[in-house]
Design a protein around this ligand. Structure first.
Ligand SMILES: [Zn+2]
Ligand SMILES: [Zn+2]
Length: 140
């Protein structure tokens, strides 16, 4: 993998195209999350996200924002396209300099490979994630 090249970038957008984003450099993480929130917001068993430093992220278009408290007491904000409803980004008040972008929305989603699975304790039996990934019962 050549994800260490600093001017490497990853672009994508929502279903309707009103929201576009571009992350530059190596993502902080690329992960699956099987928590209840991600199940409900993804519409399937887990979300898959690439986390970028907000300083390395450019987003165009308006976002609808839904804030909620997590089990750990942090506030997360889930950001959607107001037109088509695609979930674009999730932020966590505990990590204000990082934003998790929905990997499914990237123009070339296969260009990044998830290496971590969070919240396996919440996984539904049919949501099987294979491959060589680190697995955590919650989020360490
Ligand atoms: Zn849209
Ligand atoms: Zn989650």
């Amino acid at each position: 993998m050549s994800q260490t090249v600093t001017d490497k970038h990853y672009e994508g957008g929502c279903l309707c195209g009103a929201v576009r984003f571009r992350g530059t450099g190596t993502p902080e993480f690329v992960s699956h999350c099987q928590c209840t929130t991600c199940r409900k917001t993804s519409g399937t068993g887990h979300s898959t996200d690439a986390g970028f430093k907000t300083a390395h992220l450019a987003i165009t278009g308006d976002l609808s924002r839904f804030a909620m408290a997590t089990d750990s007491g942090n506030t997360i904000e889930i950001c959607f396209c107001p037109d088509c409803g695609s979930k674009v980004m999730t932020t966590n008040a505990a990590y204000p300099d990082v934003a998790a972008i929905n990997l499914a929305l990237f123009d070339t989603p296969g260009a990044l490979t998830p290496t971590i699975v969070f919240f396996t304790r919440s996984a539904v039996p049919w949501d099987l994630i294979g491959g060589d990934v680190e697995r955590y019962e919650t989020q360490p």
